[in-house]
Design a protein around this ligand. Sequence first.
Ligand code: URA
Length: 492
Amino acid sequence: MLAEGPMIGAHRVLLAAPDDFDGWREAARGLAEAGVPASAIIWDVTGDEPDLFGDAGAPPPLGPSFAVPRSFVDVARSAICHSDPERFALLYAMLLKLRANKSAMEDRTDPLLDRIERLAKEVRRDVHKMHAFVRFREVAEEEVSTRFVAWFEPDHHIVRHTAGFFVRRFTTMCWSILTPELCIHWDGEALTESPGATRRDAPDGDPVEETWKTYYASIFNPARVKIKAMTKEMPKKYWKNMPETALVAGLIAGAQGREAAMIARSAAMPQPESNIGARWAALRDEAAACTRCDLSRCATQTVFGEGPLDARILFVGEQPGDQEDLAGRPFVGPAGQLFDAALEQAGIDRRATYVTNAVKHFKFVLRGKKRIHSRPDTGEIDACRWWQEQERGLIQPALTIALGATAARSLTGKTLTISRERDAPLALADGSECWVTVHPSYLLRIPEEARRHEERALFVRDLTRIRERAEALAEQRNGATRARHEARVAAE
Ligand code: URA
């Protein structure tokens, strides 16, 4: 809504809610087309506005319309949810810049763009936290037999922004998420809202907590306890609402003994088959909002792994390239084509394997309009390792293949020389086998044809060995299953 205020020539915009992107967009477009400067606009949110102004006045006359790049809309959608009261004005100032210069989003040195991107990043991080740290408690209700209720305190206005995620993840449950500003409720069909609540409105411990605790204790990996990283990822302010954090001190205290026991046990531990698809989908959705490192700022999207969840071979590449970044799928560009052809020659059906990357965002430098691949550094590889470990934990492949040094670092935590390691398997922390070979892009970069052919033949040789090893392991597994079956029949 647009109104003339008492400030000379000022325009006042009254937005319906603190995250009212559509309201902001409509008002901002009209004002920008009319050439109204940022300093002449007062942005208010219904309910927060000081009672200084009169009713809506006539909007200013419109000038020619203009288009803005998709990247601005995406960043603005996130930034508008920030709690910074200046966000509406900052976004409007950026809109005016784009009106004057269509390429303004490409100016990486612009402090205004930098500030807006920082707001968007903080919001994305808050969204990620909410996805990861909301914990439901079970309450009995009259109309619906059970409702799951969670209390959460986001830093920004992200509750509506995250609602779709929870609807998708918990479609068949009835649930409520209570927050100080806004509550959302899902009854299995429709999403409704109610005003903010207090911590006291949410229930305390119940059996769901036990489930979380059991789950957390079973996935807690003492080999990876890094207190600083843990508190960064899971700030203490969230701990009080998370039943599993009650376990943390005890789990850390018993870490060494548990680590040894875990390594011995984990290879034999079957994953619950029934919900592996849902768990993978939830993981992929969480990764889509990942801001563990700065690469998420410039990449188009997270490129998660893909393939059957019962795959026996899992390939880990380096990071998505330009084409993968746009398509949202791993190994679909030139390196992917070489990879596909080599797999075929080695007798491996890619559709039966799971393919992912050590780093899930495209890292590049701009050269003119071209985005040139840039190697991820160890900080980025280590920040992203968590996703690869979760993928492997779900799929539990018999063989994991590191394509190149980045993948090898992600899988082993060490800097390895490929030529030294490619002839024998390494043992990963879970006891499974890891084979190391070259990355397909390395083959594309060899200038001399004869050498390129030689190296390509070695790559196919490695893949052939991997197929043979996978077949041998499958045969062993089948033999063991047959023997168990025969023993059972004999005993009956
Ligand atoms: N290189 C990789 O490592 N991964 C891809 O997905 C594409 C190229």
